[in-house]
Design a protein around this ligand. Structure first.
Ligand code: NDP
Ligand code: 8X3
Length: 252
């Protein structure tokens, strides 16, 4: 059987771009997300185009029990996962700490931190008997810096930064690689989700400079995954050329 990659958040943006590049490279895929129509459309398109096989897992990474049931229901041969891309994540709101919406805080922490942990526990247990595997965690520039009103989103990505380092230590005896990919501004549905469907406001985030696109990040992830077995890239920070820090952007 071909190699297998499990990609969370595969219905849009970076996850969808990763699905494309791994499919083109002949990987069979387990694609996970909540939006059924999009998941099915992406999966059928890639199966037809690339001649690979895809398992669709309709799940919310926050729902520990449902997630576990959905993943454990996969046939045993599909549990030989070579690459896990922990990509599902989001930001909700951009408010100072005294005005933040506590439901938004729960959503970000439950998705970006706890969801990533639940998946990692399940899949690392599948990788350990094989003494190999590669876990890619999608962090962010927001996990390296803190910016005004970014508070809880930044904290959730700082947690991904800490967990990536911790996983690298804990999984070392089993030959499992752990890489953290930290993008700067990538134009995806991220800001539409952050601003709860306000497309005009989201568009302004990427105005007057050239942001990254999802394919730029997928390309870097493929580079990391395709290194020789003895080489691991621990951490990569990828910015648009026009962005120096989380907040310093050369807008023309
Ligand atoms: P998108 O909004 O385009 O994609 C997010 C993906 O995550 C969607 O496929 C969505 O699928 C999935 N997702 C969200 N919540 C859940 C959930 N509870 N359960 C399962 N899937 C979920 O954004 P991006 O592609 O930009 O974001 C991908 C990752 O990259 C995130 O972790 C984000 O924090 C990170 N990132 C993004 C940057 C950017 O500037 N865009 C920069 C740095 C990091 P569905 O709704 O169908 O469940
Ligand atoms: C997404 C990038 O700068 O909007 O993680 O937080 S940023």
């Amino acid at each position: 059987m071909s190699k297998i990659a499990l990609i969370t958040g595969a219905t849009s943006g970076i996850g969808e771009a990763c699905a494309h590049i791994f499919a083109q490279q002949g990987y069979n895929l387990i694609l996970l997300a909540r939006r059924e129509d999009r998941l099915a459309k992406n999966a059928h398109h890639l199966e037809d185009k690339c001649g690979i096989t895809i398992k669709q897992v309709l799940a919310d990474v926050r729902d520990k029990d449902n997630l576990s049931t959905a993943l454990e229901a996969l046939p045993d041969e599909w549990k030989k996962v070579d690459v896990l891309i922990n990509n599902a994540g989001l930001s909700q709101g951009l408010d100072p700490i005294d005005k933040g919406n506590t439901d938004d805080w729960d959503t970000m922490i439950d998705t970006n931190v706890k969801g990533l942990l639940y998946i990692t526990k399940i899949v690392s247990n599948w990788m350990i008997p094989n003494l190999s595997g590669h876990i890619i965690n999608i962090g962010s520039i927001a996990g390296k810096e803190v910016y005004p009103n970014g508070n809880v989103y930044c904290a959730s990505k700082h947690a991904v930064d800490a967990l990536s380092k911790a996983m690298r230590i804990d999984l070392l005896p089993y030959g499992i690689k752990v890489t953290e990919i930290n993008p700067g501004m990538v134009e995806t549905e991220f800001s539409i989700v952050r601003f709860k469907g306000d497309e005009e406001r989201a568009k302004k985030v990427y105005e007057n400079f050239e942001p990254l696109i999802a394919d730029d990040i997928a390309d870097a992830i493929w580079y990391v995954v395709s290194r020789p077995k003895h080489v691991n890239i621990n951490d990569m920070l990828i910015m648009p050329t026009a962005q120096a820090t989380a907040t310093i952007i050369d807008r023309k």
